[in-house]
Structures are given as structure tokens and as C-alpha cells.
Design a protein around this ligand. Structure first.
Ligand SMILES: Cc1cc2nc3c(=O)[nH]c(=O)nc-3n(C[C@H](O)[C@H](O)[C@H](O)COP(=O)(O)OP(=O)(O)OC[C@H]3O[C@@H](n4cnc5c(N)ncnc54)[C@H](O)[C@@H]3O)c2cc1C
Length: 456
């Protein structure tokens, strides 16, 4: 049977764009559909604009710190509107580059919603249908709005944060995952009074406990007020546009804006997958095998829609592996272990490998090497700031199982150390590496004696 196209990709985000371009490079005829803006979550409403806001949020500290290095005290004025518009301009530039990349690779772009009507057929919102040998679902995810909560419609989701008309004086954030905390850090540093409401008793579930503690302390020191073990019962709109959040213990919090950041859900609703036998998981994620193939042979899925690791480089890699394997006769699959990741609060978190809890569950004896120290920069800036580092080592094989850093530059340090850890480096390999002095990272190779040996 002949098809109009070899590959139809649904979603021009991180995973879809990479898959489309690589498949086209292997000679496949490719079409891609996007119903919002080309570039997807990361470029338009995720990593990129978020990191630009994080950079902005670090200036107030930098101006204060400069005084310790001999500069006059100064507090330059700040315009949220100018920052927001400049971020938007950069996002638009990047989206244009993504479009150019697709065009240059010969990928046909359809800027509209696509749904699946059979294992080899897609319907476009404009009415037409397209037949394809293979369909790739790369439709990503969306923030869950907790729609069942009364008044949830008065809250913002992370997509909206980049378009705020003005800097809120008081912002209430519901959730304590990395997205919630990154925005808490940004807005607190820019001068907003930030309240974080969380149903659990600690932030950053899934991260190493020491990082979780350090993150909460750092944000509290920045002025963020935590309301742990509280759920919001209702959000009410007050006259003048302010919001009042009613908590389950009877307390109320008023703010200019409420952000719900309690997680993301896969974009599979209404896509037509269930009708043709594609199995979905409990959250609505597409169930796939190691090669990203769904339960229907001609349909694959990559990225956030599969709810494996919701990170851009993972989506990109899954898209690349899919395209090489299916169109380039070069079969490979993504190894989801030892993926480095960061939380861009200030100071930031970088982490790779097993948490202490995971390491102890998996290995009979784990050596913990940790260091907590004042970075050299803080000796003159006077800022009460600490760096925390922890290496987890399998006592039997000496292999490094995890590295967790809290401190300035943590993301950059962990990205590089992740190469060694991915290669199976031992603690002895770290020890044999000469320190780069003076740096913060040198501590990674100079931690001599374990602070603890933990046994299962
Ligand atoms: C605020 C925030 C901060 C983040 N920060 C980081 C970070 O620092 N580092 C990191 O690695 N990751 C980060 N992420 C996660 C990262 O953005 C995602 O993991 C990544 O974008 C997933 O890529 P994807 O290709 O799976 O999906 P997406 O990039 O979401 O792309 C999917 C695309 O499909 C489109 N689409 C959906 N359904 C259809 C349809 N039926 N027809 C046509 N088009 C459709 C959507 O509009 C979307 O553009 C962040 C996310 C958020 C929200």
C-alpha cells in the first residue's frame, strides 16, 4: 500500500522536531502538525523563557554582592514589562529558527491540530486527511489545573506566567515540584511576596533529601513563605481582581495572582488513540516499549506524552533514536538512567544518578561523601550562602552512584560530572583527578573520607 507520507509527526516540540528532521535526513517524506507555536513547551513556555527569568532574578543579589567587592551600593530600577517583552522576542526568534530548521530539512509543516483516525491516517483540523506509513505522537503535556477545585479557573498555570501584565505584589503558588519552586525563586527575588502551598511536608518529591532540605531553606531565606500540609479548598475572585485562596484548615491567603503548579498531564485527550487500540496508562500517557513503539505497530510516541522522564533532552533523544531506528536502519534506544537534571532556584540544584534513599535500597553498602562549605565568593560578598555536595558510592565496587549539588553553578558542574558517572567512574577515578583550584567544583575530587557508610 502506498501512503501520502512516510512519517506524520503530531507536535512540533522538542521530540517531534528532532524526529522529523532526522527522519527527513534519512530520506523519509515527513509531515509535522503543530496546533500552537512551533518549538513546543521548552522553547515557548518552558525551559527557555524560564531560564531567562531565572537569569533576571539573580541581578538583585548581584547588585548587593558587588558592594563587598568595592562597588557603590546601587539599586537599579526594574521593569517586568520590559523583561517579559524581551523574553517573548527571544522565544519568537527561537521558534523562527525551529521553523527554518524544519523547512531546511524538507519537512512539510501543518499549523493546525491533528487527530488520529486509523493506524495509518490522520485528520487535520482544516478538514483534510493524510495517510502515513508511520505516525509519531509527540504531543507533549499540559499543566494540570486541578479543574475539580472550586475557583481553579481564577488561577494561572505556568504557560500564563510569561505573559503577566505586571509584576504581582503577592503571588500564591500551589505545588512544590521543580516548576513551582523555580517560579517561587524568580518572583521572590524580583520583589514579589511569594507563598507556597503544598499538601506534603517537604518540597521536591523524588529528589535527594539533602537537596530538598537545602532548597526549602534557600527559598525561605529569600522570603518565600511555605504552607506545608495544606490543600487549597477554593479560590475566590475578589473585587478589583485580587484572589483569595481558602485552605483546608480554614486559613485564607490573598494575592494578586495564584499559580497552580501541581504537575503535568499527557496531551492525549481527543487524539483518537483509544479508538484504534493504542494503550494508555493511568495518567493518559501513551504506553510504549523501549523503542518508543505503542501497542499499535505503526504508531510510536516520544517525549512528555509517554511520561517517562519529562525533560527536553530526553524527548530530543527519544525522537532521534526513533527516527534513526525506523528510517535510518540504525537501531538504538534511549538509556533513561543517570540523566542529569537541575532545579533553577538560587542557588541552584544539579543532580545525577541515584538519590541516597534509592542507593541504599539497591546496594547492600553505600558510602556517603559530603561537603558543606561557604563558597569563596561569599567571603567578600558577605552573603550567608552555602554549597552542599554529596557523592554516593557503592562500597563493594567503588562505583559512583549519584552526585547531588546545591550551590551556584551546580547545573554546569553536574552536566560534566555526569559524563564520568555515565562511563561508570569509580571514587578512585574521581580521587585521581587533580583539582582545579580555586573553584567550587574541585570539592568533587577532594572529598577524602566518607561521612557515613549506610547498610541496607
Ligand atoms: C515551566 C517549565 C519549565 C521547564 N523547564 C525545563 C528545564 O529546565 N529543563 C528540561 O529539560 N525540561 C524542562 N521542562 C520540560 C520540557 O519543556 C519538556 O519535557 C519538553 O518540552 C517535552 O518535549 P515534547 O516534545 O515531549 O513536548 P512539547 O515540547 O510539549 O511539544 C508538544 C507539542 O505538540 C503540540 N500538540 C499537542 N497536541 C497536538 C495536536 N493534536 N495536533 C498538533 N499539535 C499538537 C503542542 O502544542 C506542543 O507544541 C519544563 C517545562 C515547563 C512547563
Amino acid at each position: 500500500m502506498s501512503y501520502e507520507t512516510d512519517l506524520f509527526v503530531i507536535g512540533a516540540g522538542s521530540g517531534g522536531v528532532r524526529a522529523a528532521r532526522i527522519a527527513a535526513g534519512h530520506g523519509a517524506k515527513v509531515m509535522i502538525a503543530e496546533d500552537r507555536r512551533i518549538g513546543g513547551t521548552c522553547v515557548i513556555r518552558g525551559c527557555v523563557p524560564k531560564k531567562l527569568l531565572v537569569y533576571a532574578s539573580r541581578f538583585p543579589h548581584a547588585f548587593e554582592d558587588a558592594v563587598g567587592f568595592g562597588f557603590e551600593a546601587s539599586k537599579p530600577g526594574f521593569s517586568w514589562e520590559r523583561l517579559r517583552d524581551r523574553v517573548e522576542a527571544e522565544v519568537t526568534r527561537l521558534s523562527g529558527l525551529y521553523r527554518k530548521g524544519l523547512d531546511g530539512s524538507g519537512v512539510a509543516i501543518k499549523e493546525e491540530r491533528a487527530t488520529i483516525i486509523s493506524p495509518h491516517e490522520v485528520r487535520l483540523a482544516s478538514g483534510g486527511t493524510v495517510s502515513a506509513r508511520v505516525i509519531l505522537v509527540a504531543s507533549g503535556g499540559h499543566p494540570s489545573r486541578q479543574g475539580e477545585m472550586p475557583g481553579a479557573e481564577h488561577a494561572l498555570i505556568s504557560d500564563d506566567i510569561f505573559h503577566l501584565p505586571s509584576l504581582p505584589r503577592r503571588l500564591i503558588i500551589v505545588g512544590a515540584g521543580y516548576i513551582a519552586l523555580e517560579f517561587a525563586g524568580v518572583f521572590a527575588a524580583l520583589g514579589t511576596e511569594v507563598h507556597v502551598v503544598h499538601r506534603g511536608d517537604a518540597v521536591l518529591r523524588g529528589f535527594d533529601d539533602d537537596l530538598r532540605r537545602n532548597a526549602a531553606h534557600a527559598l525561605a531565606a529569600l522570603g518565600v513563605k511555605f504552607h506545608f500540609e495544606r490543600r487549597f479548598a477554593e479560590i475566590r475572585l475578589l473585587p478589583g481582581g485580587r484572589r483569595c485562596v481558602h485552605l483546608d484548615n480554614g486559613e485564607t491567603l490573598e494575592g494578586d495572582a495564584v499559580l497552580i503548579a501541581t504537575g503535568r498531564e499527557p496531551n492525549t485527550r481527543g487524539l483518537g488513540l483509544e479508538n484504534i487500540g493504542v494503550a494508555l496508562g493511568p495518567k493518559g500517557e501513551v504506553k510504549v516499549d523501549a523503542e518508543s513503539r505503542s501497542t499499535v505497530d505503526s504508531i510510536y510516541a516520544v517525549g512528555d506524552v509517554t511520561d517517562r522522564l519529562q525533560l527536553t533532552p530526553v524527548a530530543i533523544r527519544e525522537g532521534h533514536a526513533f527516527a534513526d531506528s525506523v528510517f535510518g536502519s540504525k537501531r538504538w534506544s534511549v538509556d533513561h538512567t543517570n540523566v542529569p537534571t537541575a532545579v533553577f532556584i538560587t542557588p541552584e540544584i544539579g543532580t545525577v544518578g541515584l538519590t541516597q534513599q534509592q542507593a541504599v535500597e539497591k546496594y547492600p553498602a553505600v558510602d556517603v561523601y559530603s561537603a558543606s562549605f561557604r563558597p569563596m565568593f561569599a567571603t567578600l560578598s558577605g552573603r550567608d550562602e552555602k554549597v552542599f555536595m554529596k557523592l554516593l558510592v557503592d562500597a563493594a565496587s567503588d562505583r559512583v552512584l549519584g552526585l547531588h549539588i546545591f550551590g551556584e553553578g551546580a547545573a554546569e558542574m553536574v552536566q560534566l560530572a555526569a559524563i564520568a558517572i555515565k562511563m561508570g567512574a569509580t571514587k578512585a577515578d574521581f580521587d585521581q583527578t587533580v583539582a582545579l583550584h580555586p573553584s567550587t567544583a574541585e570539592e568533587i575530587v577532594t572529598m577524602r573520607a566518607p561521612s557515613a557508610r549506610l547498610r541496607r
